[in-house]
Design a protein around this ligand. Structure first.
Ligand SMILES: Cc1ncc(C[n+]2csc(CCOP(=O)(O)OP(=O)(O)O)c2C)c(N)n1
Ligand code: SF4
Length: 430
């Protein structure tokens, strides 16, 4: 089993700059961090086999440049045979009662060293010791490519450890530490490798200079590039290197993302704002409609499904202003439903607007349970949002076409007025 999590240093299209290597470390599962598109492709069959061999899920963590990069890829053999399904009834493995959980924890700890040893010998972690070199560079994932390129350009002799799979290869790190006096760790986001290198050096009693995020040589935020490595080297070695102007400094006309002309979300937000006005609170969610920030109808965005839970939290915190939240159909099916049910159960008096464009628009038009076909185009059940909301206990539901402005505004007006429902008034019978 592989969990693919694309990390997004610089938040090109994400709500946070999460470093998933931390989560893998926390969960004691291996993590693969490809440095090129070819490596990303090659790692996958290896990762599947690794997962199977060690009976453990693995994390595969391509970052922005890998996910958006393009290159020629050499394909390996494509297996055509699918193994026959065979669910083995291993209750001590599949039923996590405390008794079994305890033994599985012992097992999980016992496979850590074999996992590390296997990954140390894998092609994803490799050490190149340059005899006589006093500088050791450790590059992780795509940052290793930037570091290699810069070192080659400047013809600097440095021993190099490339890390592409975690847990970190402790033996290789120790081998490197013993041959150099300065280590520069170059990795995007969190100092995951750097911290391990410090621990290994301390355990081995090696007094060696370990630089990276500590000391401000490498940024803990955003993407890195060749220039970021040159800048770090300049500080570490006191070199006089002028970084090349990077592509990101080109002066382009700013083009903030906007809803397409004619997008139905525009019409919905227009009517919502017209009826609820300036004083209402507008929690929203993740999807194309997040761009409604420009209509003044998106005032919170966190994670998928959070619009309804934030709206309901605001209500229970005692907020007296009308609360009108918005959420897309896919996001509602994904994680909005549970917040919706919770909001109803706990009597949050809020207006929930489901922007049903019958598709997952933002991420490339994938289907959802409301569209009536699967991802392969096969016909399947089509869940009615209105029926679903009714089944969950919503008191008043309107279904409107947002392009019919009058009707839509009437529906918003009715929702706004229905704010004081009998069961919410103090002293009213429940
Ligand atoms: C937990 C999580 N998974 C996936 C995504 C990627 N993602 C961004 S928007 C979106 C769904 C948008 O679909 P919908 O709510 O229908 O809105 P639309 O874009 O169609 O307006 C997804 C899956 C995410 N942001 N967070
Ligand atoms: S939902 Fe997204 S892709 Fe579709 S029209 Fe609106 S902004 Fe454009």
């Amino acid at each position: 089993m592989i969990a693919i999590v694309a990390d997004d240093p610089s938040c090109h299209s994400s709500q946070n700059e999460q470093d998933t290597r931390r989560y893998a470390q926390f969960a004691l599962v291996p993590c693969f961090d490809p440095s090129t598109p070819q490596e990303a492709k090659d790692m996958l069959p290896y990762a599947f086999e690794f997962s199977e061999k060690f009976e453990i899920p693995v994390v595969f963590r391509p970052t922005t440049r890998i996910s958006h990069g393009k290159s020629d890829i050499e394909l390996g053999e494509i297996p055509v045979e699918k193994p026959a399904p065979n669910f083995e009834k291993l209750l001590d493995r599949w039923v996590m009662l405390p008794k079994n959980a305890r033994t599985r924890h012992t097992h999980l700890l016992s496979i850590q060293q074999p996992i590390e040893d296997a990954l140390s010998e894998s092609p994803w972690n490799s050490l190149e010791v340059k005899p006589g070199a006093k500088l050791g560079v450790i590059g992780a994932g795509i940052a290793s490519v930037y570091a290699k390129e810069a070192l080659a350009e400047l013809e600097i002799e440095a021993s190099f450890l490339k890390i592409g799979a975690y847990p970190v290869p402790r033996k290789l790190i120790l081998e490197l530490l013993k041959t150099v006096d300065t280590i520069l760790v170059f990795e995007e986001l969190e100092p995951v490798v750097e911290e391990q290198v410090r621990m290994i050096a301390q355990e081995a009693g090696l007094n060696i200079s370990i630089l990276g995020k500590t000391g401000g040589f490498v940024s803990r935020e955003g993407e890195l590039d060749v220039n970021a490595f040159l800048e770090a080297l300049r500080k570490v070695l006191g070199l006089n290197i002028e970084p090349e102007p990077s592509g990101t400094t080109l002066e382009l006309a700013p083009r903030p993302p906007a809803l397409c002309a004619g997008c139905s979300h525009r019409a919905t937000f227009y009517s919502m704002k017209k009826v609820f006005g300036k004083d209402a609170i507008y929690p929203s969610d993740i999807g194309c409609y997040t761009l409604g920030i420009q209509s003044g109808t998106v005032e919170t965005t966190l994670c998928m499904g959070s619009s309804i839970s934030i709206a309901s939290g605001l209500y229970h915190a005692g907020e007296k202003r009308p609360i009108c939240c918005s959420i897309g159909d896919s996001t509602f099916f994904h994680t909005g439903m549970n917040s919706f049910l919770n909001a109803i159960f706990n009597k949050a008096n809020i207006t929930v607007t489901i922007l049903d464009n019958r598709i997952t628009a933002m991420t490339g038009h994938q289907p959802n349970p409301g569209v009536g076909f699967t991802v392969t185009g096969e016909p399947t059940v089509q869940v009615s949002l209105a029926e679903l909301c009714k089944a969950m206990g919503a008191e008043s539901i309107s279904v409107v076409d947002p392009y019919k402005l009058e009707e839509t505004q009437e529906a918003f007006r009715a929702a706004k007025i229905s704010k004081a429902q009998p069961w919410l008034l103090p002293g009213s019978p429940v």
